[in-house]
Design a protein around this ligand. Sequence first.
Ligand code: BDR
Ligand code: CA
Length: 305
Amino acid sequence: MNSKPHFLLDCDPGIDDAFAIFCALEFAHLDVITTVSGNVSIENTTRNALHILELAGAEVPVHRGADRPLRVEPVTATEIHGNSGLGTYVTPEPDQREQPTGATQAILNYCSSGDAVIVATGPLTNIALALDADPTVADRISHLYWMGGGTTRGNVTAFAEFNAWCDPDAVAVTMASGINLTMFDLDLTNQVLFGASEVTRLREASTTRATFLADALEFYQLSHDASTAGKAMHDPCAVLGFLRPDHFTFRSSNIVCSDTDGEQRGRTLVSFDGDELLHRVAVTADSKEVIDLILMAIIDPGGAQ
Ligand code: BDR
Ligand code: CA
């Protein structure tokens, strides 16, 4: 019997999202992928998701989601992820087809049983649209793990992390919905850095998927802060925080997100005080172990229990 946990991944691939998909396929049973616009357009995130599944030899239904945020104008991060979203790679037309149902309906369907887990590694637009369509879905998501936010820092502005900056209204709605949620913010993900030695380990594996990801990683690292040992591998942290929680520590909290348009836009405000702490923040990661798990998912697929 396969005892790997099941979940739905909502993502915007995206180079680190690509690593997150490989982790999901290795350490879990990935039931559904929903895509959202963020790092690149919805056209490209959907195409990339389908192509990554092909590279992995996996068949997972992919449902296209929101092509823009709830209210603010769309923004992308092509300077970090490349025009296609996968560095300089030109993603080919996938053989696999996306599902006819959109992401909102796919999320509602997935949550009908009442114990659904969702990992989200992009802007929370699809989650907010599902909550809008049926607010009771908040009670039927057993847990939402989200890469986003920044407790002490931003990466778009001094305050705002990219996924929160992209669709601050969606984050505000999700945080206020009562969903059980764990946030993997920039303070956490900057403990899991991929540098030159990780590129080397991928190149040495010399498989199609490892070479593809080594190329993407080299592009991704062009934007890394030279004062650090590498660039943060953000999105796999949310997947592994769910699947391998022993490698992380967590703190109960309450999180709100600023949906104003000024300098506070997309700022996540985390409070650790109060009687009813609805959320959690992942605060530490065992960096070496988490890095090894990410590499294992690519270099030694099929090895995980
Ligand atoms: C987040 O923004 C995106 O560029 C990454 O894929 C990640 O989800 C980091 O701020
Ligand atoms: Ca992402």
